[in-house]
Design a protein around this ligand. Structure first.
Ligand code: XMP
Length: 422
């Protein structure tokens, strides 16, 4: 991208809002990349930047203060916008980048798609490609880009670990196999996962088992497909920026589907969205015709409902949770509250309580509803949903979902709580 468009390099001095300037530059349809302030001058020059932005100063956090760029970088003689003294608003960026530096505003979503598709074709040639489809935005957009680039040379594998939300496996097949015509192999591995999880109650043990089993199932399926040359990874730009600071490799720490299949040999890795921020990935998805249900999908943990169904995971409990969660989500959508929350879901507490139905005593599970607003998922605020709405939804869940007779709402922010219950 840097070679085809005017490029700006944002030098990050360890800012608390490290991606803010870069996102604002890209909003102007100008391509930029983020490098640590101490990056070697050759790394900066390789991008052939037309301007530099120093992301530092009081507004960028304590630890950026007093840090200086290496002398070689300063000697490049490029125009510099130093956020130690300038404001990071659009007007200032536009004045500098468009007014002073005269950069072209031609880095658009359509340009990204056309260039990425051409690059993928050149990289892959006539080789075969494998993609682990999670149903999340990143893997979905990668699948659509790869399919546009190499068509039937792409095979997607979706493993249903039995902890997906209601109807999700069916929706994934409908969108990618039926609408897009992608070669999608769906594996119903629910029974196999649940067999491994019998008697397991510790949340971290559940996560570990689901992650490991996922890789095992995926590897088995990949072997059945015969020789495949490339493996697609849905790495996105924040993963790379953050790993750059630690000097680490650009591999997603919390890969949504549990990690890479390490025991399969691939000729190479393909990472079509590795220079995009999350909101850009969503826009590419929309432009490629992926339905909003997927491009606007909330973050969903790799172990899925496994961390929302407390205690041992059984099919009975997961089915109850799936139903309750579906009722809550439908009500949030129907009443327009979904737009106020970044994440909302139901949790099946492992608590059972006494209730009454048709003049008879019942003994059922307590479902907890959670809805939070958050910018970065590091901190989160409870959405103050109207109590009348909550009473209505509670009534609907407790009367229509068999096995549930009580519903509560979680009113704790993060911190001190976490967003998920496990
Ligand atoms: P917490 O519960 O730590 O969650 O406040 C913060 C964000 O991370 C998601 N999350 C996970 N994502 N695997 C994932 O891929 C996991 O094991 C996992 N645990 C939490 C959570 O949904 C929220 O968006």
């Amino acid at each position: 991208m840097a070679k085809k468009h005017d490029c700006v390099v944002v030098l990050d001095f360890g800012a608390i809002n490290a991606q803010l300037a870069a996102k604002a530059v890209r909003q102007l349809n100008i391509y930029c990349e983020v490098l640590p302030y101490s990056a070697k001058v050759e790394r900066i020059q390789a991008l052939r930047p037309k301007a530099l932005i120093y992301q530092r100063g009081a507004a960028c956090g304590e630890r950026t203060l007093g840090r200086e760029v290496p002398a070689e970088t300063a000697r490049l003689g490029l125009p510099v916008l130093d956020l130690a003294t300038a404001a990071c608003d659009a007007a200032t960026l536009t004045d500098f980048l468009v007014g002073t530096c005269r950069l072209s505003q031609d880095w658009t979503i359509d340009a990204f798609i056309a260039e990425t598709v051409a690059d993928l074709r050149a990289q892959i040639g006539d080789k075969q490609v494998l993609l682990a489809m999670s149903g999340g935005v990143d893997s979905s957009v990668c699948a659509a880009l790869l399919h546009r680039a190499v068509g039937d040379q792409l095979t997607c594998v979706f493993v249903d670990h039995g902890c997906m939300r209601k109807d999700e496996p069916r929706q994934i097949a409908e969108v990618f196999r039926d609408q897009f015509g992608i070669h999608l192999v769906s594996i119903d591995a629910e029974a196999r996962f649940l067999a491994r999880l019998v008697g397991v109650t510790d949340p971290e043990a559940k996560r570990k088992i689901i992650g490991e089993e996922f890789i095992r199932v995926f590897e088995e399926e990949a072997r059945k497909l015969g020789e495949l040359d490339y493996f697609v990874q849905g790495t996105i730009y924040p993963d790379i920026i953050e790993s750059g600071w630690e000097g680490g490799k650009a591999v997603k720490a919390h890969h949504n589907v549990g990690g890479l299949p390490e025991r399969i040999d691939f000729k190479g890795i393909v990472e079509p969205v590795k220079y995009l921020f999350k909101d850009e990935v969503c826009k590419v998805g929309e432009a490629l015709g992926i339905p909003a249900a997927i491009t606007r999908r909330q973050p969903f943990p790799g172990p899925g409902l496994g961390v929302r169904c407390l205690g041992e995971l059984t099919k009975e409990k997961l089915d109850i949770l799936r139903e309750a969660d579906a009722v809550f989500r439908a009500a949030m959508d129907a009443r327009g509250y979904a737009a106020q929350a970044n994440q909302f879901f139901a949790v099946l507490t492992n608590v059972q309580s006494v209730g009454v139905a048709n003049d008879e005593r019942t003994y059922g599970y307590v479902i907890c509803l959670r809805a939070v607003q958050t910018l970065d998922f590091m901190t989160a605020k409870v959405v103050p949903l109207p109590v009348e709405f909550l009473i209505e939804v509670a009534g609907e869940i407790a009367t229509t979902v068999k096995g549930v007779n009580r519903v509560v709402y979680d009113i704790t922010n993060k911190p001190p709580s976490t967003i998920e219950w496990e």
